[in-house]
Design a protein around this ligand. Sequence first.
Ligand code: ZN
Length: 147
Amino acid sequence: MARPGTRLIISTLIGALIGVGGAAGLAFAWDAARQGDSALHEKLHQAVPLDPQEQLALDAKERAFAARRAEIEARLRGANAHLAEAIAANPSWSPQVEAATREVEQAAANLQRATLVHVFEMREGLKPEHRPAYDKVLVDALRRGSR
Ligand SMILES: [Zn+2]
């Protein structure tokens, strides 16, 4: 079981990643998740200038993350299309709408998880002296997102 502190950090991270307003808009959940995820990821890349050795270590991980993200985003788009179809067929809280909603939520959660895994993967590739600057950008972004 996760410690309470860990759970708080994770929920803050998720709030920051998908955006406070975006979390409520199911039809737009995938888009909010995608944009929040990209914004934080970009910010972290800009946080610390990588030396050539760090860049090399990161390149393969960046490619793997880009592929994983593209795959999840495709699933998010599919889930969003299912939700649109279910609502078009029957604009009520039907079992089909509920199932499609779960599909959207699952895909958005997978995107957030994959992004966090990559965020820590990037951190591991940094030299110890570069990590405090990286951590500061990460924590500041999450604190802003949690307000
Ligand atoms: Zn990255």
